[in-house]
Design a protein around this ligand. Structure first.
Ligand code: ADP
Ligand code: F6P
Length: 467
């Protein structure tokens, strides 16, 4: 089997799981990358090359939602060194402004090189002559160059879903040249916001001393690479339709029943990640309850957090901290009924997510740093009737587009508290005015437009083909 369009990502759209009784199943993989790319693949077809989420296991390719899924195996040691180690304990904190301390280990780097090569080889086997291969995210930054060496006939795109850091931070990385050279193997390198592309180009100029003109890096005599921003988005119409379906409305009613029909609902929805600003957000809400600015008898803060990267130390610490913080706030509540914070540490089906968005008067999206944040866009898409208010961190990529959100600095607790209350109590006309503007943005900037624009630019970018 070969394909003319191939996506290569660390994650597949589905994850293989095994329960305590040894029963195997597939479930939707966590995170924004899968939410964004799944509708692209359903619409375009082709092949998706990625890891199926379980160690030490070979899985044969299969068809899913009309496209080919091509699993790449990882050993237990590679999961520890490539995925948990270099990807999520080195690159992840480094690329998110070092909000946690990045660790540098030479064995982790060796595993990163080895696994990137495996992905590149698998993509080279699957891609037909002259095919377009679209490599995704920070786990696979060496793949573009490796793939170009294996298959110079391919058109290669790369998209980074997370921030690309300022030069001063990136420069800490002992393997900084190799990463830049790896990315430059692509004909087009896409970033979430222009700041990421600018950081990248500045580094290419200062560390590799390559000539750059209007975002195009001349890598060698026959190959050049364009760097540009392509803010990612969601299937807006799909989310809106889901939010308006009778099943979702029923589910929203059931949720309200479960919560005891509070007058006001605040909502947080995140992977349980230290970049998401959960500690600060929960502390701010706790203080608002303690000070009586929010009344726990009529207001609830519903926080859902998908388990994520649970074997990485920093994530373990975060999980314990959040359990402790929520427990402390709830135990100090003056009322005996429903606690002020309802904290659910698990994943939910998309329809349940839509129902939660529907019932939320205020959505709290307050990351310390985030490439884009699709939750913010999903919430807006689920409020076509203009109810609801979005509080958004100025450090999320989405803040560049969703200008009319209630923007906050997540490090400023008092500032956040004021804006949380303001978002709830502003006049309905003001809340609707802001939501109308946000709606316009997510309706016109959809995932389909993102993919079409990127792939159109990719078809013109880069080298003279060597077919
Ligand atoms: P990230 O890619 O860092 O996880 P995003 O906000 O861009 O952050 O994307 C998160 C995606 O995961 C969204 O599509 C959101 O709906 C989904 N999601 C987050 N939490 C949950 C949960 N508890 N259950 C199901 N889906 C979730
Ligand atoms: O860009 C966000 C992202 O890091 C994806 O690359 C990743 O697939 C997703 O979040 C979820 O993280 P993980 O794959 O480590 O569970």
């Amino acid at each position: 089997m070969t394909a003319e369009f191939v996506v290569v990502a660390n994650r597949l759209p589905v994850d293989r799981t095994t329960d305590e009784d040894g029963n195997e199943a597939w479930r939707t993989s966590p995170g924004g990358l899968v939410t964004a790319l799944e509708p692209v693949m359903r619409a375009r077809g082709g092949a998706w090359v990625g890891w199926h989420g379980a160690p030490d296991e070979e899985v044969a390719p299969f068809v899913h939602e009309g496209y080919e899924v091509v699993p790449v195996p990882l050993s237990g040691q590679e999961v520890a060194e490539f995925y948990e180690g270099f990807s999520n304990a080195t690159l992840w904190p480094l690329y998110h402004d070092t909000v946690a301390f990045p660790e540098f280990h030479r064995e982790w780097w060796d595993a990163y090189v080895q696994v990137n090569l495996r992905f590149a080889k698998r993509a080279a086997e699957i891609a037909s002559r002259g095919a377009t291969v679209w490599v995704q995210d920070y786990q696979l930054q060496l793949v573009p160059r490796m793939l170009r060496e294996l298959r110079p006939d391919l058109r290669i795109g790369f998209f980074l879903h997370i921030p690309f850091p300022p030069a001063e931070i990136f420069a800490q990385l002992p393997w900084r040249r190799e990463i830049l050279e790896g990315l430059l193997g692509a004909d087009l390198v896409g970033f979430q916001i222009q700041g990421g592309a600018t950081n990248f180009l500045r580094l290419v100029r200062s560390l590799l001393r390559l000539p750059i003109e209007q975002g195009v890096v001349r890598v060698d005599g026959s190959h050049s690479s364009l760097a540009r921003a392509y803010p990612i988005s969601i299937d807006t119409a799909g989310f809106q339709a889901l939010a308006e379906s009778p099943e979702t409305l029923d589910e929203a009613q059931r949720l309200l029943d479960d919560l005891g029909h509070p007058k006001h609902v605040f909502l947080g929805v995140d992977r349980l990640d230290y970049t998401k600003g959960l500690r600060q957000r929960i502390r701010a809400m706790g203080e608002l309850f303690a000070e009586g600015r929010l009344d726990p008898t009529d207001t609830v803060f519903l926080q859902v957090a998908t388990p994520s990267r649970e074997r990485v130390d920093e994530y373990r610490r975060l999980r314990d901290d959040i359990d402790l913080l929520v427990g402390r706030i709830n135990s100090q509540s003056p009322t005996a009924g429903r606690p002020p914070i309802v904290y659910l540490h698990r994943g939910f089906p998309r329809q349940t997510m839509a129902a939660m968005y529907r019932i939320a008067d205020v959505m709290l999206v307050t990351p310390l740093r985030d490439g884009m944040n699709l939750v913010a866009k999903e919430y807006v898409a689920c409020h076509p009737g203009l109810q609801g208010a979005l509080v958004l961190s100025e450090f999320a990529g989405a803040a560049k587009e969703l200008r009319q959100a209630y923007q906050v600095n997540p490090y400023d607790l008092n500032g956040m508290k004021d804006v949380f209350v303001q978002a709830l109590t502003d006049a309905p006309r003001e809340r609707a005015r802001r939501m109308r503007s946000l709606q316009r943005q997510v309706r016109t900037h959809t995932i389909d437009r993102w993919a079409t624009t990127f792939l159109e630019d990719l078809s013109h970018a880069g080298s003279d083909r060597n077919q």
